[in-house]
Design a protein around this ligand. Structure first.
Ligand SMILES: NC(=O)c1ccc[n+]([C@@H]2O[C@H](COP(=O)([O-])OP(=O)(O)OC[C@H]3O[C@@H](n4cnc5c(N)ncnc54)[C@H](OP(=O)(O)O)[C@@H]3O)[C@@H](O)[C@H]2O)c1
Length: 357
């Protein structure tokens, strides 16, 4: 039986689902794979619970309820105040440790680099460590065990597929993707003649957008995903190199969310015209990330209606790989590209690859 010790940074939606899945699937992992996963540390932004002997299940479950009720780990009976994840990796890490980053923060980078230098495993759902400084990216990639499937397409095997193509020596000429469920939903609404502003307001009310919808409409999250794919293809690119076309003009950046949701009515005519023009050309409007020959573009595109991206409806993600072997018809991965449970399952699958190390 192999024991894998987990240090988990982040106890938000994905982090809590991951803890639940690890506990619920313990017997399955033990009987099927001979692996025991145990938590030695869980952290949020201000606090942590740490036990090098393994945190008891009842304490973990109580910590989840504690977080759901809006309280921080620093105030939990088993927790303490901390904002230095490196110190936790230093104290609780061993060769059997995997550090899991399910935050959306850059502050975890020193802890991740420490884990890599010590030879521990690292699993990320957090895109930021892979999309900032190129040196950090390289050092993380130099580690003995780094997995980050959930950073692009949530639980979909987007990264694994790219790695397989690259390992086989197939030449990946172009990747095209719809990498945001929220923007996919908006594109489908536009195609159904719903005015842009109404579609955004609906998505906001239904909780499909980030708390500030500009975080989706700005396209930066999509750009980060495209950058991860491009860097994996070997391109030495940074976020600033990306031709990024946000869905709203920068002039309405600094206003309140309520005023923003009103102001975007001014964009309805423009988007409606674009959809009609695309339709007359047998095309469909999509928010596309494309990586080609060292260039990344992220923005609105009219794509053939009969193409995989053109046929896409709703909030599914889709990634199409055009390679030497998949030239006319691309290799396509499609499915749900968000959701805390699917994302946590993607992280868990990554964790299980530490088996046998
Ligand atoms: N949700 C999805 O469907 C989805 C899909 C794919 C990928 N992802 C990625 O998965 C990650 C987690 O998403 P989420 O929805 O769970 O986010 P979330 O609900 O905002 O949770 C983030 C967690 O990280 C903690 N945190 C922030 N800074 C920290 C630090 N320096 N050290 C330790 N913990 C810290 C937060 O602490 P507090 O609780 O104290 O604020 C919170 O518990 C993100 O990077 C996201 O982009 C999410």
């Amino acid at each position: 039986m192999q024991t894998i010790s987990l240090i988990q940074l982040g106890l938000g939606g994905v982090g809590r689902s991951l803890v639940r899945q690890v506990l619920n699937l313990r017997r399955w992992h033990r009987e099927k794979y001979g692996v025991r996963l145990r938590y030695v540390a869980v952290c949020d932004s201000e606090g942590a619970i740490v036990s090098t002997d393994g945190i008891p299940d009842d304490v973990l479950l109580d910590a989840l309820e504690w977080k759901i009720s809006g309280k921080g780990l620093k105030d939990h009976p088993a927790g303490y105040c901390q904002n230095d994840a490196s110190a936790i990796v230093d104290v609780a890490g061993t060769k059997e440790t995997v550090v899991v980053d399910v935050t959306a923060s850059e502050e975890t980078i020193p802890a991740l680099l420490l884990a890599i230098r010590r030879g521990y495993g690292v699993v990320l759902a957090n895109k930021k460590p892979l999309t900032g400084d190129m040196e950090v990216y390289r050092e993380l990639k130099s580690g003995q065990f780094l997995r980050y499937e959930a950073t692009v397409g949530s639980g979909l095997p987007v990264i694994a597929t790219l790695q397989r193509l690259l390992r086989s020596g197939d030449r990946v000429c172009r990747i095209e993707g719809a990498l945001s469920g929220t923007l996919g939903y908006l594109m489908s609404c536009l195609q159904d003649d719903v005015p842009f502003s109404e579609a955004v307001r609906m998505a906001y009310k239904l909780g499909y957008t980030e708390p500030d919808p500009r975080d989706d409409l700005g396209g930066v999250d999509v750009a980060r995903k495209a950058l991860i794919l491009a860097r994996d293809m070997g391109y030495d690119l940074n976020l600033e190199d990306i031709a990024l076309d946000p869905l709203y003009p920068t002039g309405i950046d600094g206003i309140s969310i309520t005023r923003f949701l009103e102001a975007i009515s001014a964009l309805d005519g423009k988007f409606s015209r674009m959809v009609k023009e695309a339709f007359l050309d047998e095309k469909a409007l999509r928010y596309v990330a494309s990586v080609t020959e060292g260039e990344i573009r992220v923005g609105l595109e009219s794509v053939p209606r009969s193409s995989p991206l053109g046929l896409l409806r709703g909030s599914d993600n889709l990634v199409a790989y055009y390679t030497s072997h998949y030239d006319k018809m691309p290799l396509v991965i499609q499915g749900r590209g968000a959701g805390t449970d699917a994302t946590a399952a993607g992280v868990l699958a990554d964790l299980m690859e530490f088996r046998g190390r």
